[in-house]
Ligand binder design. Sequence first.
Ligand SMILES: Cc1ncc(COP(=O)(O)O)c(C=O)c1O
Length: 340
Amino acid sequence: MKDTLKDINRPHWSGLAERVGKIDDGYLSLDRNENLDEIYINQVVDILKNKIDLSKFNRYADYYNYYNQLSDFFNISTDNMIITGGCDEAIRLSFEACINPPAYLKKESYLRINPTYRGAECNVADLGVTHYVVDEDEDNIITALKKYKPALFYICSPNNPSGKVYSETFIGTLCKTFPDTYIFIDNTYADYTDVCYHDYIKYKNCIIAKSFSKIWGLAGMRMGLILGHKETIDEISKIRPVMSVSAITLELVSYLINNYSIVEDTIKRNKDGIDYIYKYFSRSNVYTEPYINHIILDPPTGLIDKLNSQKLLYPIMKDYSIWAIKLTTMPISQCLNIFK
Ligand SMILES: Cc1ncc(COP(=O)(O)O)c(C=O)c1O
């Protein structure tokens, strides 16, 4: 077993028994930024039951046609993408491919913004490299990149949890100014903004990770993408798992791309829900920006009682304040049911 695993504290799935019990008991999870849009969920269930060829389950999917379809959809060559089992696998593969292990004696380091998604930490913990963090401020990021010269810099935009969005110019500047650092952009919440970094995959050090778990609503189906320069993609491809995405997932994504208005409609309903929630809590102490489908706030008087009288799962956010909680947002009609 790798020595670097010994000091890592990451409990087995069984640690989630309490949460699973609550979900089985009908609790609504407002803690994981899933797409809770009931109209969309019903549409996807209908697609799964009636519109796609479920008999493909017993075959290994041939990714070729799906690559071509994704290439047309994102207007990016198939040479510049890898299909992954969610953004998490995109993170893992990129980190493993781009950061040399300690035995390589290059003394490589890794830098990430803080706070951010915990996967950024989990996926580097066993790599044995020096791990630095920097706050979300643009100037501090540039200073830290100059100081630490990391092999890879993880930046998440829109950032989970803050909702901060980095401008295209800023990301472009990072890619241009630090050619010896892989600039890894976790773009899981891309659909909540109009900002797009895809042009920067012309730089060999730019890697963009996408997810179909959030607005596309496919968290349980596991689908993501790595976008990057051809030479970078060629290298990362060498360690990709043989086939990590299921045939049914690929068929569903394909159907949704061919019928993209279904996704566009849920994007609209979810964005309207975000606007509604931020207005609804405009007089509260809110810690996040509205470019991600959650809000972190100090709950106004009466809110906790209201939430606790319903079967809702929501996390306490101690890093913000002793009262702060996080709530995944939803389309307006569903918000009204909870906050009425
Ligand atoms: C910033 C960020 N990246 C990655 C993920 C994981 O995405 P996926 O389900 O595509 O693996 C999440 C999930 O919460 C996330 O918030």
